[in-house]
Design a protein around this ligand. Structure first.
Ligand SMILES: Nc1ncnc2c1ncn2[C@@H]1O[C@H](COP(=O)(O)OP(=O)(O)O)[C@@H](O)[C@H]1O
Ligand SMILES: [Mg+2]
Ligand SMILES: [Zn+2]
Length: 498
């Protein structure tokens, strides 16, 4: 049996199977039910959102012998032939292929001939914006005096290119991009039916990357499935599609924001060695910043294209560190570089330069904030002189925190107890983890664990407190926060190396 691409096998066959596009589908189904189908429709919207599928459902509905509640039956001979593409009275014209001159001429000659096989002739003209002026004029003439038993369905991704005179003769329906949850739901359905096991992170990644187009989402699933088989993880999706992991991007941007040039260069080198394309890296970094910018502007309402639940914790920190106008500048640099990378030989060099340039951009911001923050720390004279002494207040606070956390959740306590209270600045409490406890730190950063600590702190200190977990072996932090913490609290508390 010939392999049928998933997106074709999963074309919606009745209105009820169309995902999203609720108002369009309802209106058309009602029109079918009431026998009030118009002579001409214009379906506009991005690719892979259901325009052709809905056009075919309409074509079946107006020719079906056993219409049930506005839905075609898919079993009468008209439905079966339309599904196979063998129905004489459903004529599909692809305006993109030869700009439609011959077809439209043909259409003008034949449009008045009565349907041969069915009840209504349906012309589906895809990518209608590609028609030549003459073809548009010919089409317009036909639309001006539509014959009785003909329905035109024009579909386009670029409605602005269609003459007003044509638009005004059509009922217009706008197809919208599908949301990530809508796409995920459909992918799940397809996966189950095909015995494909795919985890949630992988589904999310595909949904985000499909940019609201169901066809692309299904094609991606298809591609990964045919390559990796029926067990699909997020890593498989990244590998097959050549995408850059958003968690890696988050780390890379971390280094960028901290102006940690050496880590930036190292990470870029690793990515290249792992076979990532320089251009892809740059484009995805730009998308990451786009997500960050949207998040700064819209908060939880932002519709991310890259950032997943996994990298979400990191973006919170980035949000605080970056400034909007600098992000915009950085995005411009990255887009510019992506452009240059298409033609250039010196891939690695260009890549490095771009990231160093944007790191410098944010560096300035970071340094400014740094010095500002430094003034905020009030260091009473005595404390500085006695900095090597342990401060009992901090120890008892730490014990209180641990006890409070233990009461709430033992596993969280188990993780946290490996850390150390470094101190507090403004409304932030810093907790450090030594070398070898990176896992603990990362787990503590997860929302659920972090919230427990923050709740306990609120109970103890009676104010909103934010926790920041620090990996004490991380060179980057050594330069900044940890160094300050050491200065302030003494090395006996802040152990940097074992
Ligand atoms: N709204 C939708 N609901 C369900 N599947 C869809 C939808 N839109 C697109 N698809 C999937 O994508 C494929 C191509 O869709 P199509 O209707 O040809 O999109 P368009 O004409 O808008 O580019 C379909 O066969 C189907 O598998
Ligand atoms: Mg189409
Ligand atoms: Zn039928």
């Amino acid at each position: 049996m010939a392999y049928l691409a998933l997106y074709r096998a999963w074309r919606p066959q009745i209105f009820g199977e169309v995902v999203g596009q609720e108002s369009t589908v309802t209106a058309l189904r009602n029109a079918v039910r009431e026998g009030k189908i118009a002579h001409a429709y214009l379906f506009s919207g991005p690719r892979g959102t259901g325009k052709t599928s809905v056009a075919k459902i309409v074509a079946k509905a107006v020719n079906c012998d056993k219409l049930a509640d506005g839905e075609p039956c898919n079993s009468c001979s008209a439905c079966v032939d339309i599904n196979k593409g063998n129905f004489m009275d459903v004529i599909e014209i692809d305006a993109a292929s030869n700009r439609g001159i011959d077809e439209i001429r043909d259409l003008r000659e034949k449009v008045r001939i009565l349907p041969a096989q069915g009840k209504v002739k349906v012309y589906i003209i895809d990518e209608v914006h590609m028609l030549t002026t003459e073809a548009f004029n010919a089409l317009l003439k036909t639309l001006e005096e539509p014959p009785g038993s003909v329905v035109f369905i024009l579909a386009t991704t670029e409605p602005q290119k269609i003459p007003k005179t044509i638009c005004s003769r059509c009922q217009i329906y706008n197809f919208r991009r599908l949301t990530a949850p809508e796409i995920i739901e459909r992918l799940k359905q397809v996966a189950i039916a095909n015995d494909i096991h795919i985890d949630r992170a992988a589904l999310q990644l595909i949904a985000r990357r499909s940019n609201g187009g169901m066809r692309d989402a299904l094609s991606m699933l298809d591609q990964i499935y045919s390559y990796k088989g029926g067990d699909i993880s997020k890593k498989d999706v990244l590998d097959v599609l050549g995408l850059v992991d958003d968690v890696f991007l988050a780390r890379l941007m971390d280094a960028v924001f901290l102006q940690d040039f050496s880590s930036v260069i190292k990470m870029l080198g690793t990515a290249l060695v792992q076979g990532k394309e320089a251009q892809q890296l740059v484009r995805e970094a730009a998308l990451y910043l786009r997500d960050l910018l949207l998040y700064m502007i819209m908060g939880e309402q932002a519709d991310f294209s890259i950032i997943s639940e996994e990298s979400k914790t990191v973006i919170e920190g980035h949000k605080k560190r970056a400034e909007k106008n600098k992000i915009i500048q950085a995005i411009k640099i990255l887009i510019d570089t992506a452009d240059k990378l298409r033609f250039s030989e010196g891939q690695k060099f260009l890549l490095e330069m771009a990231f160093i340039e944007i790191a410098s951009l944010f560096g300035a911001g970071w340094v400014e904030k740094e010095s500002g923050a430094a003034q905020d720390i009030e260091v009473p004279k005595g404390v500085l002189e006695e900095k090597k002494k342990k401060t009992p207040a901090r120890e008892s606070l730490w014990n209180k925190i641990l006890t409070g956390v233990k009461e709430k959740k033992i596993p969280t306590h188990a993780l946290l107890s490996q850390g150390k209270l470094l101190g507090a600045k403004d409304n932030t409490v810093f907790i450090g983890f030594k070398k070898g406890y990176k896992f603990h730190k990362e787990r503590m950063e997860e929302k659920a664990n972090r919230e427990i600590v923050e709740t306990v702190l609120k109970e103890i200190l009676n104010q909103e407190i934010e926790v920041q977990f620090i990996f004490l072996d991380d060179e980057r932090y050594n330069n900044t926060i940890v160094k300050k913490a050491v200065e302030y609290f003494g090395e006996d508390v802040v152990e940097i190396k074992d």
